[in-house]
Design a protein around this ligand. Sequence first.
Ligand code: NAD
Length: 548
Amino acid sequence: MAANLFSLVDINLDDRRSKGVIRSINPSNEQILAEIPESDIESVERAFEGAEKAFKTWSKTAMSARIELLEKLKNLLLEKAESMAELIASEQGKPISEAILVEILPAIDALDFYINRGEKLIQTLKVRHWQVLFREKKGYYRFDPLGIVAVISPWNYPFVIPFLDVVASLFVGNTVVLKPSSTTPLVGLAIAQLFKEFDAPEGILNVVIGRSAVGEVLVKHPKTSAILFTGSVETGKRIMEMAASGVKKVILELGGKDPAVVMADADLERAANGIVWGAFMNAGQTCASIERVYVHEDVFDKFLELVIEKTKNLTIGDPLDAETDIGPMTTAFQRKLVESHLREAVESGAEVVLGGKRPFDKGYFFEPTILTGVTHSMRIMRDETFGPTMPIMKFRTLDEAIALANDTSYGLTASIWTRDPNVARKFVENVDAGTITVNDHVFSFGEPEGAWGGVKDSGVGRTHGRFGLLELVNLKFVSEDFTRRKTQFWWYPYDSELFKLAKTAGFALYGKSFGVKIKALTKFVPHLQRLISTTGMWNLIKNFKRFV
Ligand code: NAD
């Protein structure tokens, strides 16, 4: 590994003793980049102790101080952008230009968003009590931190996913224990190093290194308040089960089998450019990659011709070369999975019209591959392939395309390519997904306002933007009563008078007609004294319109 890459990572970050070693492998040449000691149980425990101690002060830190921290982080990241992108390209394999575009820039954008808009999103929010009997009280919401958030992240976006999860968690006052993927530990450690370099308050971010067993310790740990997990459906389900015994909050960002639908009126040049990028960027290893393409029969041949031509022009090679379009896949395992989906599809009648092979002897490279003749009985159209494949099917009507798009256990993202806003709207209304984009795909992960997450097997909860922040807080409802009233309408003693009034109150407030309301109100007349003393004369006058 080049010396400047090591400058981002302090492998001896702490004195963790280790039973095992995690190997970081360069996927473009299969060489070992580094061997990193796996965190043992004592070092995980220290991480939680650090996070717990830091929470006491960090959770009370003024917003201005948190924003100052994000400013420093933003400047540091701007300074380190190129070397961080080199590290990502070396350990995970995405081309360096892409690493800057899809990992570093979105992280800087999100920091800028929180710095400029974040405070407003979690400011105390006043609300008026709705029930007339409660109207004298003052209500508001506080967005309090939850405690320690366990962030467990995957290898496909080794920087931006954990970084954004950590930043959002910290911004609302939580502290974090982060476990990056064991496939990309160096990038995870580089995040820890960034925090160390600008003297972030000790203990707000604690990085532990390990495989699933370490992840399980984080999930089950009694000090964990919430788990922010990004990874496969299988692991997500396991985490949800484990979290249940501790009644811990779980946010799951899981896999996808995302469709792109090309209508006959689409700008085919744009659709072909966008779909080639959406399917092949990061060698197809993106949760929101386009994994299924449905093209209207009238433009099928033309679209196929265009995507073949554009894919042929892509440069596969060294991820450290700024002109490379497609780097290696990240692991040998993932490439084998892609090959097995392809083999099974071809055996069942699909045709590989481009690609389908390993282009080099060394490295986990795989050619961007286009297939036709696929059906929904094939795994390549059902299961997440997570590789550089573009299976294409024909359709006749929009209804048919919508049914095909929904014929999946996943629901992360989907796109439609059309010039007709009405067609787009129908697609948006009828396709089950967390994000739908029109004439584009995948990019919205990088939009700081855009909530990120899925439905069905693609997960629960959201990250990013205002709704992502709201997942990470204790939404505390506060109701204050500083009146001098000695009792309330619904307090003891229960007696037959209260019983009658309680029965009548519903009709007085919510009766179907004016007549029903008036009839109910007259029943209050003999008991006005009780009503006024518990609810307030002025309050009743002010809200009289609610009764009529
Ligand atoms: P994975 O589920 O194998 O691992 C993810 C993380 O979980 C890793 O850090 C891993 O060590 C840890 N882990 C594994 N078993 C665990 C357990 N039993 N308890 C606790 N932690 C455990 O996923 P992966 O292969 O790293 O990532 C690829 C998957 O992630 C794909 O399915 C992809 O679609 C999904 N993904 C989803 C999003 C999204 O935002 N929805 C983003 C990126 C990736």
